[in-house]
Design a protein around this ligand. Structure first.
Ligand code: AMP
Length: 217
């Protein structure tokens, strides 16, 4: 059976966002990135953004209750009917349990979990070199996938590539530590349900995508 309701697990810098964007285009199901939603809230200065900002700037996880509320709303939007790709959620066991309860309530089933696996020493270089298009949020890398000279695919591309403040060298180690302590145990959480597939993320984006397509069917 094809998998269209899925979680992408993996460390910061594993390429979850890049792959989720590609899968969204391919399968016409939304990428739901809690990081993107939070960054938009910070930019807009909403109460959620104001509360989340200090945690994000420090590379720490935002409190579970804020995140769970946000996902509860997002998973009830009409574009989620034929599937979804969770990118950056859940990140703690409490969030995973809340997701289980929410899906029961929504009569939806989690169909698969894919761990995008990348060795720790590669993650730092990937994160500090990451740049994002100011407009379309497409992700590039100064060395491995430089932003195109002609800009992204949008006609009005301002060719402005921004570095996330939490991709700075002094914040990245805190994010990786949070991953190890709080998120890595989720692989076991979902393994017991036999839902975890592992994909080698230490390869060029297209090779990773091709493995993902195979897994998702
Ligand atoms: P990301 O873009 O997924 O790397 O997320 C950026 C930052 O947003 C993280 O370092 C956290 O501060 C916050 N964040 C995103 N998703 C979550 C989540 N599921 N739980 C807690 N904090 C999160």
């Amino acid at each position: 059976m094809a998998i269209r309701r899925l979680i992408l697990l993996g460390a910061p810098g594993a390429g979850k966002g890049t792959q989720a964007q590609a899968l969204e285009e391919l399968f016409h199901i939304p990428q739901i990135s809690t990081g993107d939603i939070l960054r938009a809230a910070v930019k807009a200065g909403t109460p959620l953004g104001v509360e989340a900002k200090a945690y994000m700037d420090a590379g720490k996880l935002v409190p579970d209750e804020l995140i769970v509320g946000l996902i509860r709303e997002r998973l009830q939007e009409p574009d989620t009917q034929s599937g979804w790709i969770l990118d950056g959620f859940p990140r703690t066991t409490v969030q995973a349990e809340a997701l289980d309860a929410l899906l029961l309530e929504l009569h939806q089933e989690l169909e698969g979990v894919v761990l995008v696996d990348v060795p720790e020493d590669v993650l730092m270089e990937r994160l500090v070199g990451r740049r994002t298009c100011l407009v379309c949020k497409k992700v590039f890398h100064v060395k491995f996938n430089p932003p195109p000279e002609e800009g992204c695919s949008r006609e009005d591309c301002p060719k402005t590539w921004v570095q996330r403040s939490d991709d700075k060298e002094d914040v990245v180690p805190t994010r990786l530590a949070a991953y190890r302590a709080q998120t890595e145990p989720l692989t076991d959480y979902y393994s017991s349900a036999g839902k975890v597939h592992t994909v080698d993320g230490n390869r060029p984006p297209l090779a990773v995508l091709s493995s993902l397509k195979e897994v998702l069917g």
